[in-house]
Ligand binder design. Structure first.
Ligand SMILES: Cc1ncc(COP(=O)(O)O)c(C=O)c1O
Length: 401
């Protein structure tokens, strides 16, 4: 077997690996202008406005708001929708804690919905969670692969419940020809260092709904209504907010990164197809997909039937230079923060159900619990050559099938 071209483990970075002269040039311009705040400065270049316009164009959408993180984008989206104390927001039971955490930070209650074998929200489990307190559904497109949006949207529309798409892990992906983030009511992105488009920290939200955009903008800017680059103004439209503003340096990196995304995603998609071709006839239980064409190609994922073997396989793959991971090894609500939520977030139980302790428990979403313990993730790095992919393929053939 060929020796791996890249012996060290490539990290789980995408856009970060592509940082080069273009980002340096953009950032240098901002520093030279001495104007690093988005709304004013000695010689403001308006990079944040420009980045928002580029995001709008990329997604063919009417509004974009740059913010300070993916979590900030989710919080602004929830606040724009009026989510507050005691409201319920349906979230998938598999994924990163930030999604459900943003709901808790609004004093609202995350209601966990099970996932299907795409590891995204399962529409067949959705309807039973809808109550008259449901204010929103957050769909997370995990690691480059879209959720079953047709079915999810038909249920959300039936009940008139807005959808927030958490696209933190799937920038540039699509579903049935539509970019992720524009299918629901609001799309939220993270530009943290591990993301497809990376500015270190940062985020954005996009929408075609003017009212939601205006409210998100007010919330992200201390409740102020700001026209253009004027000073903030608090008027009848204002409500208390926080500071989640994007700065000019972040936006400058974003402008340069966005130009690189199409080429990077094309390469990653090609590499994922090559990998699948190599292990074509092998008996591997892949993560399913609702739209192969829209897959960002940033990862491969399969399930190991024997739960005890998962960690062994990951260890072996890592010894052989393959950057395998278990990622989320339990359902989100199995995190201690949620299991103990009645102690820590008393208001939830006081307001909604004073009898009910331990709102969340193992067994709530059986598929998320099982699949999270079975999944093996192989990130596909933009640094991989065809030979690297062939090497990964041969190793998988040997040790996984
Ligand atoms: C699915 C998901 N949502 C939200 C976030 C939060 O993004 P940030 O770290 O930029 O706040 C992340 C970040 O890892 C994520 O993976």
């Amino acid at each position: 077997m060929k020796v791996p071209v890249r012996k060290e483990l490539a990290g789980n970075f995408y856009g970060s690996y592509l940082i080069g002269n273009e980002e340096i040039k953009e950032v240098t311009e901002v520093l030279k202008s001495q104007s690093i705040f988005r709304y004013y400065g000695p010689n403001l270049l308006g990079k944040t406005d420009r980045f928002e316009q580029d995001l709008m164009k990329f997604h063919n959408v009417q509004y974009a708001l740059g913010v300070s993180s993916g979590t900030a984008a989710l919080k602004c989206a929830l606040k724009a929708l009026g989510v507050g104390t005691g409201d319920e927001v349906i979230v998938p039971a598999y994924g990163f804690i930030a999604t459900a955490g943003s709901v808790v930070s609004c004093n609202a209650i995350p209601i966990f919905c099970d996932v299907d074998t795409s590891l995204n929200l399962d529409p067949y489990d959705l309807e039973r969670h809808i109550t008259n307190r449901t204010k929103a559904i957050i769909v997370v497109h995990i690691m480059g692969v879209a959720a079953n949006m047709t079915h999810i949207k038909s249920i959300a529309d039936k009940y008139g419940i807005p959808i927030i798409e958490d696209v933190a892990q799937s920038f540039g992906g699509s579903y049935k020809g539509k970019r992720l983030g524009v299918i629901g009511d609001v799309g939220c992105f993270s530009f943290q260092a591990n993301k497809i488009l990376s500015t270190g920290e940062g985020g954005a939200l996009i929408t075609n709904n003017e009212k939601l955009y205006k409210r998100a903008k007010i919330y992200h800017d201390q409740g102020a209504v700001r026209i253009g680059n004027s000073f903030p103004n608090w008027n009848d439209e204002s409500f208390f907010g926080e500071n989640y503003r994007m700065n000019e340096i972040t936006a400058a990196i974003g402008i340069a990164q966005l130009k690189k995304i199409p080429t990077m995603l094309n390469k990653l998609k090609r590499q994922k197809l090559l990998l699948r071709k190599i292990i074509n006839r092998c008996d591997i239980n892949y993560r399913s997909s609702w739209d192969d064409n829209g897959d960002c190609g940033i990862s491969e994922c399969f399930f190991v039937e024997d739960l005890d073997k998962r960690d062994e396989i990951i260890k072996k793959l890592r010894e052989l230079g393959i950057n395998a991971h278990g990622y989320y090894s339990c359902a989100v609500y199995e995190n201690k923060l949620f299991l103990n939520i009645s102690d820590k977030y008393n208001y939830l139980d006081k307001q909604i159900d004073s009898e009910k302790k331990n709102r969340y428990k193992t067994g709530d979403c059986p598929k998320a619990e099982k699949l999270s313990r079975q999944a093996v993730w192989i990130p596909i790095s933009p640094l991989y050559s065809d030979d690297d992919i062939k090497y990964i393929g041969e190793i998988l053939k040997k040790y996984v099938t």
